[in-house]
Write a protein that binds this ligand. Structure first.
Ligand code: 6PG
Length: 231
């Protein structure tokens, strides 16, 4: 089985343990390749994890690049911006010297030109990622692989590294790393909290089409995934 499910007593314990696991990945990548890139998720779940990781002192943060697995197409003044969240929660204190590569590259819409600009920046990332940390929505989306997404198939199969996606459940237009690019990682983590998300994960691990619950594309990819869960 490539899915390992780890359960923790509460949110602070999970945040600390996940931060330690990701910190180890970062240190190893720096030792082996001289630099480390991580891709993190936005949303309401990862705040405590960001704070725990950002406070970690024994990381050469100036050799770290932080980016996002996906972003809402809004600038950093919006409270919907995942970049804002990362900046406020993680890139403070010891982690303030890390570099941040934003997915949002300006304007009201993720046009082809805007995506090309982001892709040019992302081509500078050290490869593979040291760690990719995914979240999951109750509709079975992960990153911005939403059910009904207009470019879902491309997002799950193409090299990318990023593309635009619009979906009924997504709010504003999104940009997401593609699945093939996210799977180029030393460590792949799924961070979910609460009983409802545990049930959604159980359902996703069962039979059924990927289009209904796109997280299945990750779970069925064969890549080792470590699930971090707490009530
Ligand atoms: O930008 C985003 O919305 C995320 O990256 C997204 O994929 C998130 O991980 C899930 O929607 C879970 O979100 P919550 O943590 O808010 O439940």
């Amino acid at each position: 089985m490539t899915i390992e499910r780890r359960s923790f007593a509460d949110k602070p314990t999970l945040a600390k343990e996940l931060a330690e696991a990701v910190a180890d990945r970062i240190r190893t990548a720096i030792a082996e390749r001289g630099a480390a890139a991580i891709a993190v998720s936005g949303g309401s779940t990862p705040g405590k994890f960001f704070q725990a990781l950002g406070k970690t002192r024994d990381i050469e943060w100036d050799k770290v690049i932080v980016t996002l697995v996906d972003e809402r197409w809004v600038d950093e003044t919006s409270d919907r911006s995942n970049a804002l969240l990362v900046n406020e929660k993680m890139l403070q204190g010891p982690a303030a010297t890390a570099r941040f590569f934003p997915l949002y590259s300006g304007g009201d819409e993720p046009t082809n030109e805007a995506i090309a600009k982001t892709n040019a920046l992302m081509a500078e990332l050290p490869q593979p990622f040291a760690a990719v940390i995914l979240g999951m929505g109750n509709d079975g989306h992960t990153a911005s692989f939403f059910p009904g997404g207009d470019t879902l198939n491309a997002a799950l199969t193409e090299a990318g590294p990023t593309l635009a996606i619009r979906a009924p459940g997504a709010g504003e237009p999104r940009i997401t790393f593609t699945l093939p690019r996210l799977l180029e990682t030393d460590g792949l983590y799924l961070h979910i909290e609460g009983d409802q998300k545990a049930s959604v994960l159980d359902a996703a691990l069962g039979d059924g089409p990927v289009e209904n619950m796109p997280i299945r594309a990750v779970l069925r990819s064969g890549a080792p995934v470590t699930v971090y869960w707490c009530p």
